[in-house]
Structures are given as C-alpha cells and as structure tokens.
Design a protein around this ligand. Structure first.
Ligand code: SAH
Length: 297
C-alpha cells in the first residue's frame, strides 16, 4: 500500500528539492483547487523550519538517511505536514457544506474541531493583524453593558477579552460557556442582544441563514459586525462584490454604518439594525461567497 503523501516527503532538505521539479510539481491539482479560484498562501507551520543544507556522504552525494539526532525533527516535520493537510481538508469542508452538515460532522468526532483550530490559529499567526482583535478593541471602546453574541466564536477570544456579557456560539464546545449549535438556529431569545459578531465565520453554504438568525436575536438599533476574508469579497479575484453583499444585508433590515477596507487580509462591516423595519424584503439577492482555501507554500 502506498504511504500517505505526507510520509513520502524526503528527509531534511527535501522541501527545496521537491519544489524545483519533484513530486510536488507533478502532483495532480486537487478537485477543490480546481473549483475555487482563490487560495490563501501562508508560510509553513513553525514546526516545519526552512530546510537545512543536506549532508553529503563520502562520495559527495547528498545523504538520504537522516542522522539519528535529526529523527525527531524529521518526525515533527512529518506531523506538521499531516496536520496542516488535515486542517486544510477540514477548512474546505466547512466552506463547502451547510451549517447543519458541519454540525453533524463535528458531532461525530469533536476532536476534529481541535485539529481545525490548531491549524486555524497557525494560519492566523501569520496575519499582520487579526480581525478578532480589531473587534475586541471596538467593543472595548463602547459600552460594557452591551450584550454580545459571537457567532462562530472559535476559541472564544471575544468573551475572554471584554467585560461585556458574551454568548459564544460555535459548532463544538468543550467549555460550558460556549453554546454548541449550528448558528442558523441558536437558543438565544429574540431581540436579546446589542451586538452580533461574525468574525471570519460566514463559512457555510447557507450563510444568509446565519445573518437572518442574527437579525432575529438583535435588538432594534443593535450592531452587526462582520469581518470577512478580503479575497472572498474581491470581484477582481473571483470574489463577491462587497456592494452586493452589503446591499443584501440592508435588504434584511440593516443600515451600513461603516466599512473598513484598510486591512490587507480582511474587510470589516459595521451595520445597525433599523429601528422600524416594516418587513424584510421577500427575496434577497445574496451573493455567493467563495470558499477561502489555504494552500501550502
Ligand atoms: N471568530 C473566531 C473564529 C473564526 S474560525 C476568530 O475570529 O478567531 C470560524 C469559526 O466559525 C469556526 O470555529 C467554525 O467552527 C465556526 N462556524 C462555522 N460555521 C458555523 C455554524 N454553522 N455554526 C456555528 N459555528 C460555525
């Protein structure tokens, strides 16, 4: 039986060789990269440091067997590659299925959620600024008495860093303060929160239903704060038109207060729920949001 691809990696120095013309270049593109035009390129995990110069044997040939002292670092590299691949697979899954399917998927094996979040944090560590920190600072500059719902909270950074009461919501919870559910259907009361946050969490194919749920739980004049990966909303890059995206949210019953485009990696939208919205438009023209896939450098 063929070993999994990650295990076929050559020993130290292999990364550089493979890139020049080896297996990596010959590898068939995955179906996902064919389907979606956009991928985020990020550096390899820190546990996969740049390859060191290969050892030469007595004939001057590059040695293929690592020294015993290198074995553990080689294993670390292999593990990092395997878990990086696993993260990318889970990430693609989340972007290409409905919220309900994602919920059922993680319910079957909640440990996959940790795999996902380890990879996610690794990717985020390369971003010059993390959108969740911008949102935390925004919240800190407003009233601590506001009740907040953090839709797709991940590691619940918002709840951990502000004084406000925060309902943290995600697909899996190993913390009693996090509500585990598909965020299209939360247990929150109608008109009960002042702020609804979606920080890089509009992942499911049914993302409009998450925003409808936020609309349901938000009080009149409540804030809807959305951070999304910039390339998903970049028409020049196969992404959706940000105007069309915000227009759909306006049709849902919100006013766009401001849009922050200054960050290279993400866009931030600040909406407020209209005080008296007679009725939600019958059919809203929601743009399709492309998956944000990560590829290995
Ligand atoms: N907001 C966090 C995490 C972003 S990762 C941060 O900025 O750090 C996106 C998160 O959204 C993941 O944790 C994922 O599990 C969650 N998510 C995606 N679809 C969801 C759904 N339908 N219901 C609940 N959570 C969801």
């Amino acid at each position: 039986m063929e070993p999994p691809q990650g295990l076929q990696e050559p020993a130290a120095g292999g990364r550089r060789r493979r890139r020049r013309g080896g297996a990596r270049n010959r590898r068939k593109p995955s179906s996902s990269s064919q389907q979606v035009p956009h991928t985020e390129t990020v550096p390899p995990p820190p546990s996969s440091p740049p390859a060191k110069r290969r050892r030469k044997d007595s004939t001057g040939q590059a040695a293929t067997t690592p020294k015993r002292g290198n074995t553990s670092s080689l294993l670390d590299k292999m593990r990092a590659r395997l878990s990086g691949g696993h993260f990318r697979m889970l990430n693609e899954k989340l972007y290409t299925c409905s919220g309900q399917d994602a919920f059922d998927y993680f319910k079957d094996d909640p440990s996959l959620f940790d795999v996902y979040h380890t990879g996610y944090q690794e990717q985020m560590s390369h971003w010059p600024e993390q959108p969740v920190n911008v949102i935390i600072n925004w919240l800190k500059s407003h009233s601590a008495s506001w009740t907040v719902a953090d839709f797709g909270c991940g590691n619940a950074a918002v709840a951990k860093n502000v004084e406000n009461k925060v309902f943290s919501i995600d697909l899996v919870s190993d913390d009693p303060s996090v509500i585990a559910c598909d965020m299209a259907h939360t247990p929150l009361e109608p008109s009960s929160v002042d702020v609804a946050i979606f920080c890089l969490s509009l992942m499911g194919t049914n993302y409009p239903s998450y925003l409808e749920e936020a609309n349901r739980v938000l009080k009149s004049s409540g804030w809807l704060v959305i951070a999304e990966v910039r390339s998903r909303l970049d028409p020049n890059n196969g992404g959706a038109d940000p105007e069309k995206f915000s227009k759909a949210i306006v049709q849902l019953g919100f006013s766009l207060v401001s849009k922050d485009m200054k960050n290279k990696m993400f866009i931030l939208f600040y909406f407020r729920k209209k005080e008296k919205c007679k009725s939600v438009a019958k059919s809203i023209d929601w743009p399709q949001l492309k998956p944000c896939l990560y590829k290995r450098r």
